[in-house]
Write a protein that binds this ligand. Structure first.
Ligand code: LFR
Length: 490
């Protein structure tokens, strides 16, 4: 039984064909394509129509292989959206969340709606690029578009709409807007009213795993394929990645490691306490009505941007080369807090790392190996801090950490994470989001009874690499220094 998962990540988009036989999952990459944002003037956009084209190419690849698809689904990162006009067409090119239009927007919104009120209604952490702040910025710069708009769709909702002609808002992504109220189980009318956003824009929210229509005849005719059912999986990529965590213990900690590092645990009910607000944790909707109590950590983004800069300068290193250089550099030189707002926007990270180090009285790293080491060690140390907060907030104790996502190919980071947290790291699968996407399609077709059965089969199908903690004393000391440099206290 073959199905197709499209996972649109920051480093690329992928189409993965999944087959399930004898309780074993096999995956095959059919198509890989760039997903670079496009800068026009000062604005950063999605290249949305090109991505739609690439999705069709993925479907064609399946056809060329002679595969009859039982279903397909799309996942991507959260918070970004498109607006549909009354004639059913996309009104403007969606913005990318790293666009600068949300700079200063949180403070502006807090003047009308206090922070605690927003959190009390949504349970979502404050990140300046959350949809709520993007919409506020968008409304400010272009009020007219909100008079023309008929519907609001998140990116996977939008691509799914292009394919099926059906407009639905999928739950896992809807929660990341910071406009969805998990207590009432719907869009928060009060928040929408206070932001002067027409509530009619926000449609029916469907849970992850819902059948969402099939390919429009115009699409299947164009591609020369039959009707393919489309499933609204956990369309937020982190929701899909966590669905793929091959945990056996129901109380587990995860780190979805890619451009972002998302660390936390799964809970049945959102944790919307004073402490959660204070620690800026989030409760994002997941598979089977679960919630992800987690915190965003800036992740490998800083390294990816550094690499892009070196590429531009004509000094091209591959990621494995950079990791090797880091390994050879001296240990525990300078540290950064990867979540400092300095590192959010795209561009050259080197002067920003330098600025951070000078401001915190440290000798800035100079050589590529030193810079990469600084980034990776700082990440591992931040993981330790956030894992501790996750334990405190959830009241759970974890005896290890599951890591999923492309970042686990960086073995040094996995090992350093184990060293920093002083517990084993269980790494795998690397294609977390795409595999979670496939798993939820199979659940919706009744091939798995629930996510726990799916996780068991994922565990049996993909290898898990174990990293045992080492050099505990040295990492302990480094952690103390890191906390004081980053101004964090436990
Ligand atoms: C990861 C992710 C995070 C979200 C960020 C922005 O790819 O989806 O979960 O906070 O991207 O959407």
């Amino acid at each position: 039984m073959s199905i197709l998962a499209f996972d649109l990540g920051a480093s690329s988009g992928r189409a993965l064909l999944g087959r399930l036989s004898d309780r074993k999952i096999e995956v095959e990459e059919l198509h890989r394509f760039p997903n670079d944002p496009v800068k026009v003037g000062n604005r950063l956009h999605w290249d949305i129509l090109r991505l739609y084209h690439e999705i069709k190419q993925g479907l064609l690849q399946a056809k060329h292989k002679g595969v009859k698809l039982q279903s397909m689904a799309i996942d991507s990162w959260a918070v970004d959206y498109g607006l549909i006009g009354r004639n059913g067409e996309l009104l403007s090119n969606p913005y990318h969340y790293r666009d600068q239009h949300t700079d200063g927007m949180m403070e502006k919104v807090f003047r009308t709606i206090p922070r605690a009120d927003i959190f009390g209604r949504t349970g979502i952490q404050f990140l300046q690029f959350n949809t709520i702040f993007q919409l506020a910025a968008h409304r400010q710069s272009n009020p007219a578009i909100f008079r023309e708009a008929d519907r609001f769709l998140m990116i996977p909702d939008l691509l799914r709409y292009f394919l099926t002609g059906e407009m639905m808002n999928e739950f896992s992504n809807a929660t990341t807007t910071q406009l969805y109220n998990p207590r009432t189980g719907g869009w928060d009318a009060e928040l929408l009213a206070r932001l002067e956003l027409p509530s009619s824009l926000f449609g029916r929210v469907v849970y992850s795993g819902t059948y969402a229509g099939e390919l429009l005849p115009s699409v299947s005719d164009e591609l020369g394929i039959g009707a393919v059912p489309v499933i609204a999986v956990a369309e937020h990529d982190t929701g899909s990645a966590v669905a793929a965590v091959p945990a056996l213990d129901r109380s587990f900690a995860y780190l979805s490691c890619g451009t972002w590092s998302l660390m936390g645990t799964e809970v049945d009910e959102p944790v919307m306490s004073e402490l959660a607000l204070q620690l800026n944790f989030t409760n994002e909707g997941g598979v089977g009505h679960s919630y992800r109590l987690l915190k965003n950590i800036m992740g490998l983004w800083i390294l990816q941007e550094m690499k892009r800069e070196w590429d531009r300068a004509g000094i091209s290193y591959s990621f494995p080369e950079l990791v090797k250089l880091a390994q050879q550099a001296p240990a525990f030189g300078a540290f950064i807090d990867p979540d400092d707002p300095l590192f959010l926007h795209p561009g050259d990270m080197r002067p920003r790392i330098r600025q951070y180090c000078i401001q915190t009285g440290q000798q800035p790293p100079e050589q590529p190996g030193e810079i990469v080491r600084c980034i990776l060690e700082s990440l591992a140390l931040k993981y330790r801090y956030v894992l501790l907060l996750t334990e405190r907030l959830s009241g759970k104790q974890f005896n290890g950490l599951h890591m999923v996502g492309g970042g686990i190919q960086n073995e040094l980071l996995c090992q350093w994470t184990a060293n920093a947290i002083g517990k084993p790291v269980w790494a795998g699968p690397a294609e977390g989001s795409a595999i979670g996407n496939l798993a939820v399609q199979w659940i919706s077709q009744g091939m798995f009874s629930d996510i726990w059965e799916a996780r068991k089969v994922i565990r049996e199908s993909f290898p898990v690499t174990i990293y045992e903690p080492a050099q505990l004393q040295a990492w302990e000391e480094a952690y103390g220094r890191f906390l004081s440099i980053a101004g964090l206290s436990e």
